[in-house]
Design a binder for this molecule. Structure first.
Ligand SMILES: [Zn+2]
Length: 94
């Protein structure tokens, strides 16, 4: 199973989960779970959301959940409007 390292902490990433919501992050067990039925764009938005949840918690930013949702929605929109953006941002450095 894949792992996502967020600010030095490894989270087990599973995007094949049957669940009632889009996704969730579990801080005690260090897991990020994503609903397996999501379309690719919703999956991207959900992963962005869980990353932002992790940053918010780890850095004690105390963003309201609404702010996290506004940020994930905005980032998703930017990536969708700029299909080449990830190649521009990460040109084979990683
Ligand atoms: Zn959330």
């Amino acid at each position: 199973m894949d792992k996502i390292r967020i600010l030095g902490t490894d989270y087990i990433y599973d995007d094949q989960v049957e669940m009632n919501n889009r996704g969730e992050i579990e801080f005690t067990g260090k897991k990020i779970r994503v609903n397996k039925i999501l379309s690719n764009d919703l999956k991207m938005q959900t992963v962005l959301h869980e990353l932002l949840e992790a940053i918010n918690t780890e850095l004690e930013l105390n963003f309201e959940h609404k702010v996290i949702s506004q940020l994930d929605c905005s980032l998703k929109a930017i990536f969708m409007d700029n299909p080449k953006l990830k190649d521009i941002m990460f040109p084979e450095v990683i």
